[in-house]
Ligand binder design. Sequence first.
Ligand SMILES: [Zn+2]
Length: 284
Amino acid sequence: MTRHVVLIGVDGLRIDDALAGGDAPALTAFVDAGSMASMEMEVPTLSGPGWASILTGASHAEHGVRDNFFSGHNLLDHADFLSRAWFADQTVTTWVATSWPPIADPAGPAPIVWWRDEARRSGRHNVIVRDGETYGYSRMDGEVVAWSAQSLRWLGPRASFIYLGEVDLAGHLYGGAAPEYRAAVASVDGRLATLIESVRERAAANPDEEWLVAITTDHGHLDIGGHGGSDPILTRAFLAAQLISAGGVKRPALPTAIVPTFVAPYLLDMLAGGDGLVAGGRDL
Ligand SMILES: [Zn+2]
């Protein structure tokens, strides 16, 4: 069996509300049939530092991303998990698609996911960047998911990261307790259903593949909107995961509580065929 890993990031998702409120049936079903860890985010609970920690396995102090401007960062010494998978084995194909440019835009101040032009030009690294800030997250998430659904089904990259920003924008505009926020959660839940279905179809057609699909977030949102501080509604995050193959769905091993720096080593270990219980995971 060849392992594949897919991480889907929903920016600014209040996971407890999403699971309790009935707005996210696809995510709820995914969690019910899979494994879930609660994840405590480091302060400041901002997207730049949060995603940098999740994607690289490094703490705020180590990667040096302090805000969404990325000035003075040390991402050169803390590569993202897609790049590290490729450094370890150049046959590994990778996919990143995002509606928030700092995740992967080579023209921006980061990016967190390395551009890796040689791999990109040879088709082993594919990058889809859309600008949700300028053109709207709902529409740009739609393009990210349309491209990613095709990629997962037909290209079958070994390691992927897919970022969705609509929920976070609704939190900023209307607040984390607003009906508009709940509507954005429902919208993104439909996108999750599309991506999960793509992996199911891929796995059903390729019995020699086993797919770890993981879903996460980088912080919550205050009732009035906004994030950055240490309020539990902001530091509360999660990692949910399923192992999907032609034989059906399995629950991968996952500690009940993790920190963001657990995620990248976990995904790399799973990609390499391990059980994901990397050092530090078991005892958290
Ligand atoms: Zn964020």
